[in-house]
Design a protein around this ligand. Structure first.
Ligand code: NAI
Ligand code: 13P
Length: 326
């Protein structure tokens, strides 16, 4: 099968590597310079250094050429999903589409599948690939398990069968909303965990944060139409635990650096990669307020990111809440 991966950052490159073990894969970047550098370096030195690119992996900055494929897999930051989906719809309509971006669209609070439905139509054959998966580990061939979720379970099952291998294990799910909410909001919680750890609050506090974070994710997800059991699976708890505890997480690193007193612009410049939680937090805070869903951790992170709260004030605000039933 010919699989086209759109977005040659850390995760797009790692997925291209993973799937090139069993398929013909073409990796596209909108940046001609990124493709030229990968060709001459034999690796993606900017986003995934130290991992050689296999000879059978095709590299291109020509979207028309890449779009001639059996599957389109969009792995840009969420901010690039709409324009990439639109370009693919023009170049090769009716090609099955998966995306691996996590977050809520800045300014609209839309989930990725809502963006795709607007660009490809409501009946497009599509779904999300999401779950606990640090690019650096997947690229090294270390084991991982992720979910393909689609409102059409047969679509999810088909692509699980086609893409599954014994290093990147895939599971099918028909709860697209739940899977996307899990992947989006865990990044908010990872920033919170980074702040708490950076301030030295300890392991008990981190476990409390993950557990109460899962409660927030579940409340929002159910309000949006997701299913409770999805939040206990790979796209929910799995990704939440990974990102809140693993130092490979960019979102967790944002929190750690905020706790050190660094400013957000400096942090983002030093990171050199997208940290989706930064823009998603604002959207989740606004959406939960609109829906009347209680999300105190999200609101605290929002306060820190928009500069109305210091990291210490945010923690004090959370600790001062009235006791509640679990
Ligand atoms: N890195 C990881 O371990 C994982 C990342 N993800 C998700 O995958 C998405 C991509 O993340 P990374 O690859 O890590 O990002 P990255 O920051 O490493 O790379 C971003 C890439 O996207 C390109 N890009 C930026 N804006 C674009 C646009 N508007 N249109 C087309 N291309 C654009 C950049 O040139 C670069 O090649 C994010 O939504 C992230 O949450 C999901 C699972 C794991
Ligand atoms: O989504 C991820 C792992 O599943 C990667 O998380 P970060 O974007 O925080 O690095």
């Amino acid at each position: 099968m010919r699989i086209a991966v759109f977005g040659a950052g850390a995760w797009g490159t790692a997925l291209a590597l993973a799937f090139s073990r069993g398929h013909e894969v073409v990796l596209w970047s909108r940046e001609a310079a990124e493709i030229a550098a990968m060709r001459s370096d034999g690796e993606n030195r900017r986003y995934l250094p130290g991992i050689p690119l296999p000879a059978n992996l095709q590299l291109t900055d020509d979207l028309q050429e890449a779009a001639r494929a059996d599957l389109h897999l969009v792995v840009t930051p969420l901010a690039g999903l709409r324009s990439t989906a639109r370009a693919l719809q023009a170049a090769a309509p009716d090609t099955p589409l998966l995306w691996a971006c996590k977050g809520l669209e800045a300014g609209t609070a839309k989930l990725p599948h809502q963006i795709v439905a607007e660009e490809l139509g409501p009946d497009a054959a599509c779904g999300v690939l999401t779950g606990p998966s640090f690019a650096a580990e997947v690229a090294q061939g270390l084991p991982a398990a992720v979910t393909i979720a689609s409102s059409d379970i047969e679509f999810a099952r088909y692509w699980v069968q086609a893409l599954h291998n014994n290093r990147l294990r895939l599971y099918a799910n028909d709860d697209l909303v739940g899977a996307e909410v899990g992947g989006a909001v865990k990044n908010v919680m990872a920033i919170a965990a980074g702040v708490a750890d950076g301030m030295g609050f300890g392991l008990n506090a981190r476990a409390a944060l993950i557990t109460r974070g899962l409660a927030e994710i579940t409340r929002l997800g159910i309000a949006l139409g997701g299913r409770r059991d999805t939040f206990m699976g790979l796209a929910g708890l799995g990704d939440l635990v990974l990102t809140c505890t693993g130092d490979l997480s960019r979102n967790r690193r944002v929190g750690l650096l905020l706790a050190e007193g660094k400013t957000l612009p400096d942090i983002l410049e030093a990171l050199g990669h997208v940290a989706e939680g930064v823009s998603t937090t604002r959207e989740v805070a606004a959406l939960s307020a609109k829906l009347g869903v209680d999300m105190p951790i999200t609101n605290a992170v929002d306060g820190v990111l928009n500069g109305t709260l210091s990291a210490r004030e945010a923690v004090e605000q959370l600790l001062a809440r009235d006791p509640k039933q679990e």
